[in-house]
Design a protein around this ligand. Sequence first.
Ligand code: PRP
Ligand code: URA
Length: 257
Amino acid sequence: NRPHVGPTQCVGPDYRSESQKPIATVSTEVKYETVTTLPQTPQLIALLTSTRFIALTYDDGGYRKIRDRNTERADFIFYSNRIIRLLVEEGLNHLPVVEHTVTTPVGRNYAGLMFQGKICGVSIMRAGEAMEQGLRDCCRSVRIGKILIQRDEETAQPKLFYDKLPEDIAERWVLLLDPMFATGGSAIMAVEVLKSRGVPEERILFLNLIASPEGIGNFATKFPKLRVVTAFVDQGLDSKNYIVPGLGDFGDRFYTM
Ligand code: PRP
Ligand code: URA
């Protein structure tokens, strides 16, 4: 159980010298133009780890972050929500905007931007539902559809049970939500459902917390126009198709453990 499994980097702001920055495991690089990984900042790495590893502490006593097996459910929810918020904020940067000018209270113009087009969220149940609140916090009264897909525990094959989507989904940009992206089977199945309802691939944005290189590869090859925003690409999959080092079963840790 080596401390660094995967690529490492000195993590910290540019104005610090390399010797002043702690070393941490960072996201594995992927070669697909459609995949955006969140900047590997001290905050993101700490939220994903346990702060003990990168020598930062918080006054709120939040020592145990989401990868740590000893993290209790309340902390897991709190810190997952913080990363989900970062993902949603980054995801919104990938939606189309157009020029828009407003007049300020002092009578001057400000040439800015505004979002173009309607959006909706679609969560892959159960774990994807954990990302809905983060989306709602940023996009007031956003419509949210659901697709219930469950991975078979033995074979890791996804099975589709149910979907309920906004009627006009074909006219919307879709933010597809699922925190875990292992073999990619569940996300691929969800995209097939969206495509069958008339949503073009290039109008789907997949927001994800932890991905495996295998899942990303399968997905990006199958859907070369679909954008993915992920917080972290891990090392790979174990013999049960769990992400490693990973964080275990996200749905169990968020909802029931
Ligand atoms: C998890 C996760 C993804 C899927 C990822 O859900 O939330 O949907 O597995 O694995 P894959 O990329 O190999 O398909 P799971 O089916 O375990 O259900 P849950 O959300 O109820 O935990
Ligand atoms: N689902 C999870 O919650 N975690 C994994 O590592 C793989 C699938």
